[in-house]
Design a protein around this ligand. Structure first.
Ligand SMILES: *Cc1c(COP(=O)(O)O)cnc(C)c1O
Length: 338
């Protein structure tokens, strides 16, 4: 294992030794190449640079309590990248190739998988870009698939605590029949103005509304939204929302714990009725939300006790993390031991 101060790691880029690359030309994928460079040369007219042909993924690998290395639901990420790529007319790596590339990237950098005790993990970032030149708007005929890894620290260094958020009333992240449901960089660009506005005001993230009616909760920038009340886990359902693997897993666990699960529209007015609210995604699993300030009126909704994570959020968080670190039975077969 590398000599790294694992406990001090944050969620940021950390250089490792190797990355995996694979090229596709005219629909045919080549072999997986090993690279020790953090850079690649690119054509000045490549479609990823000019017309946004870029999709990515994010998943984690954990060193468990028993010393074994576990990869969490990689197939789901592989399928999602395929869906994302195909929607914006890109060639997607087949699921089998995706999984093989992720495993290679982990294997070649296994010294960077943090020790169990640190609470850190190895984040895997698969990236697919159009690299062929086009000046007229058209899909590229050449693609590059890259997988790199980065050790990332425990998300909650000061403990699992609720954050303050802002309800975005002005800007939209994704259009109803647009690209909100796929993992493309462009969605993040669209959300950055609001995200920075929120950060400047001291909030950890903004919560977006549906772009059409501005009535329903959509997503929290880079994470799905959920609320819990009356023993029910509620999460929005809309064509603009990215199908989060974490959220899908939490829904299964919620049901397993005896909660009802509802996927439906959540009107803004309903926010104040939730006992617990959270954002969920691979990076943090769950970020409990303690308050939501309306960016139009300045009014604040306080959720439960805003200084302590709710009972169900804490249970769900501990259960999912427990499965990922091999502390709890992997009842649903989500881990692959590497
Ligand atoms: C990646 C992502 C999420 C979280 O998905 P996970 O699979 O749980 O990591 C949520 N929302 C958006 C917009 C995303 O891009």
């Amino acid at each position: 294992m590398k000599d790294i101060n694992w406990g001090e790691l944050s969620f940021g880029y950390f250089k490792t030794d190797y990355n995996v690359r694979c090229y596709c030309k005219d629909g045919k994928w080549g072999d997986l190449d090993m690279s020790d460079s953090e850079f690649f040369p690119m054509h000045i007219a490549s479609t990823c640079m000019h017309y946004g042909q870029e999709v990515f993924e994010g998943l984690k690998v954990f060193r468990g309590i028993d010393g074994k290395v576990r990869m969490f639901r990689c197939q789901e990420n592989a399928k999602r990248m395929k869906d994302s790529a195909e929607y914006i007319m890109m060639q997607a790596p087949p699921v089998e190739l995706f999984v093989r590339a992720v495993k290679k990237a982990v294997e070649w950098n296994q010294e960077y998988i943090p020790p169990y005790e640190s609470g850190a993990s190895l984040y895997v970032r698969p990236l697919l870009i159009g690299i062929g030149p086009q000046l007229g708007v058209a899909p590229s005929t050449e693609y590059m698939f890259v997988v790199f890894v980065s050790p990332v620290g425990p998300y909650f260094k000061e403990g699992f605590k609720p954050v303050k958020t802002m309800l975005e009333r002005v800007f939209d992240r994704a259009a109803p029949c647009g690209t909100g449901h796929i993992k493309v960089g462009g969605n993040y660009a669209a959300g950055m103005r609001s995200g920075e506005k929120a950060h400047h005001k001291g909030f950890s993230m903004s919560i977006f509304l549906d772009a059409k009616e501005k009535k329903y909760i959509d997503e929290c920038g880079p994470a799905n939204f959920f609320g819990i009340k009356n023993n029910t886990y509620v999460t929005p359902s809309a064509s603009t929302i990215l199908p989060s693997v974490t959220n899908a897993s939490l829904m299964v666990l919620a049901e397993d714990m005896g909660l009802k699960v509802e996927r439906r529209q959540i009107p803004v007015e309903e926010l104040s009725t939730f006992e617990e609210i959270g954002a969920c995604g691979t990076a943090a699993v769950i970020s409990p939300i303690g308050s939501i300030e309306d960016s139009a009126t300045g009014q604040t909704i306080v959720v439960g006790d805003p200084t302590v994570a709710g009972k169900w959020s804490t249970k769900l968080y501990n259960r999912l993390r427990g499965i990922q670190y091999g502390e709890e039975e992997d009842k649903f077969g989500w881990n692959e031991i590497l």
